[in-house]
Design a protein around this ligand. Structure first.
Ligand SMILES: Cc1cc2nc3c(=O)[nH]c(=O)nc-3n(C[C@H](O)[C@H](O)[C@H](O)COP(=O)(O)OP(=O)(O)OC[C@H]3O[C@@H](n4cnc5c(N)ncnc54)[C@H](O)[C@@H]3O)c2cc1C
Length: 526
């Protein structure tokens, strides 16, 4: 029996993302998944800006953009009147993707699987993990499929096997939480009504909420809480249409349902994302209401956080202690998500009439105010995910280590435009050496020290207001100084960007030795 480095159980969006990231880092892994084909029932439909950013290096974002429909935000109406427009317009210039992409989850999985195949990998379909033994040096897993039972030895196992995770059950981990009292109806249908395709629409009504998200070509995802919660049956198209029309305050024609059904919402989170040699990611680790559309997005970001750490440990360039930061960084993200989504779900469903009045008359006005709008945009885009408390965050300044590296436009020395994301080493680390706006000659020395500290773990890029004659590596020009300002580096700074695009270390240009100590503390050895 050969031993592989990583066994991934589950080939949904999260397992596929992990496989792509391990594949491009040259890790030996296998990914097995129960289903013979991608599930055509598209649960997740909203791709958030942060997820689109991290899928871009895989070529997945371009493919999804071609298949999906961009929306700027959501218009909220209550009892027949439009009361609020919640949009992401404040994100223009902050990201290449300042909108939400509405695209079926099946398309996202297909795009990820195609990327995996392009990279030289493959998913083993029709094969289910049935159990495993867990030892100090790895796992011995049993996988069943048409070709019979197979035993697989792997140094690490990652459970991306969804809400009913066999991996989580086998570890005996708690999955605490509760079920929301409301059940929801859902349908993917063709709709004939007078709404534009560049926005989602939500309707508050004394009976409950109804929402509609445009896929494009007159097709919409419709969701609402079930009018009579004692009714356990799946909806018919006519009942759903009538209830939706009532809440939307207009007669809406619906036809050609591709999916119509009912679901209940659970809010649960696993007690730890890592036990020994086993990790959990995505729905196997956290499930919650689809309000806010963040479940799959968060799961994909779990995989993105874990992949580079696993790869660097497997390649012997970091000690296993680095892997503890996966749970330390991602569990608080999931905890906050559950809290916020839980509150949002209460606000949009099942409120007492007096609170409904407060929501419609006061809350919907407040969310239109500039600063609150900006906070909501950051939250929806998942740009406020922060690892500031992590062991991997070191140094002072704004943006703080642990925050997402800001997006900025720059110029290449030959005059072509570029963005800072274009030069990030998305497999390794990127040391950004900001020369400072009154550029002295410290940048080249700092860049040389950073290059020595990183070795082949990443690359070094100098960002300077003008061409530097004595730096022979990648250089970007920041003639306006905007990049220096966004990175809080007007006086010069050494900034280390992690492989997942978050700031790890920041210091002065002469802080090269601290960068070396940072890498040691992070258990990374160049
Ligand atoms: C109605 C609805 C709407 C939603 N809308 C959104 C949205 O707009 N945005 C968003 O971000 N999220 C949304 N979500 C959540 C999103 O669908 C999930 O978070 C996402 O699918 C989780 O991906 P995953 O890969 O972790 O798990 P899954 O998609 O469940 O994939 C798990 C995979 O593992 C396989 N598997 C299971 N057991 C085994 C085993 N023992 N061995 C091998 N393979 C196994 C399964 O066949 C499956 O392919 C929504 C959910 C619902 C219900």
């Amino acid at each position: 029996m050969t031993e592989i480095d990583v066994l991934i159980a589950g080939g949904g969006p999260v397992g596929l993302m992990l496989a792509c990231e391990l594949q491009r880092r040259g890790v030996s892994y296998r990914i097995v998944t129960q289903l013979m084909a991608i599930d055509p029932h598209s649960r997740a439909i909203g791709m958030q800006p942060r997820t689109l950013e991290i899928l871009a290096p895989l070529g997945v974002t371009d493919r999804l953009a071609a298949a999906g429909n961009w929306v700027d935000g959501i218009t909220v109406s209550s009892e027949g009147r439009e009361r609020a427009d919640i949009d992401l317009q404040g994100l223009a210039g902050e990201t290449p993707y300042p909108r939400i992409l509405i695209v079926p989850e099946a398309e996202t999985e297909a795009a990820l699987e195609a990327a995996l195949v392009r990279l030289g990998g493959r998913v083993e379909r029709g094969r289910a993990l049935t159990g495993f033994d867990h030892a100090a040096d790895g796992v011995t897993a049993t996988v069943n499929g048409d070709s019979g039972e197979e035993t697989i030895r792997a140094r690490w196992l990652v459970g991306c096997d969804g809400a009913h995770s066999v991996v989580r059950h086998t570890l005996g981990l708690g999955f605490e939480g509760a079920q929301f009292p409301e059940r929801f109806w859902l349908a993917d249908v063709q709709m004939n009504w007078s709404r534009t395709l560049d926005r989602a629409h939500a309707f508050f009504h004394p009976d409950g909420i109804a929402v509609a998200f445009p896929f494009g070509n007159d097709r919409w995802r419709v969701m609402m809480d079930v009018p009579d919660q004692r009714d356990a049956a799946d909806p018919t198209l006519e009942r759903l249409r009538a209830a939706f029309s009532e809440r939307a305050g207009q007669a809406v024609a619906m036809a050609d349902p591709r999916w119509i059904g009912a679901f209940a919402v659970h809010h649960r989170m696993v007690e730890t994302f890592r036990r020994g040699r086993v990790f959990l990611a995505g729905d196997a680790a956290h499930i919650h209401s689809p309000v806010g559309g963040q479940g799959m997005n968060t799961g994909i970001q779990d995989a993105h956080n874990l992949a580079w750490k696993l790869a660097i440990v497997i390649h012997g360039r970091a000690t296993e202690a680095l892997l503890d930061t996966y749970d330390a960084e991602r569990r608080p993200v999931a905890r906050r998500l559950l809290r916020d989504v839980g509150r949002a779900t209460h606000v949009v469903t099942g409120l007492h009439p007096a609170l409904r009045l407060f929501r419609d008359q006061v809350l919907l006005r407040l969310v239109q105010l500039g600063p609150i709008r900006a906070l909501i945009s950051q939250r929806v885009a998942e740009f406020d995910v922060s690892y500031e408390e992590s062991l991997l965050s070191s140094g002072r300044g704004h943006p703080a280590p642990g925050r997402r590296a800001p997006f900025v436009f720059l110029t290449r020395p030959d005059g072509r435009s570029a963005t800072i994301f274009d030069v990030f080493d998305t497999v390794g680390f990127t040391a950004l050496v900001f020369a400072g706006l009154s550029a002295g000659d410290a940048a080249t020395a700092a860049a040389t020290v950073a290059r020595g500290a990183l070795g082949d773990l990443g690359s070094v890029v100098v960002v300077a207001p003008s061409v530097s004659a004595d730096w022979d590596g990648p250089l970007l020009l920041d003639r306006s100084g905007a990049a220096h300002q966004r990175y809080g580096a007007s006086n010069g700074a050494l900034v280390l960007v992690r492989p997942d695009g978050y700031l790890g270390f920041r210091g002065r240009l002469d802080d090269g030795p601290s960068l070396m100590r940072y890498l040691q503390r992070a258990h990374v050895a160049a």
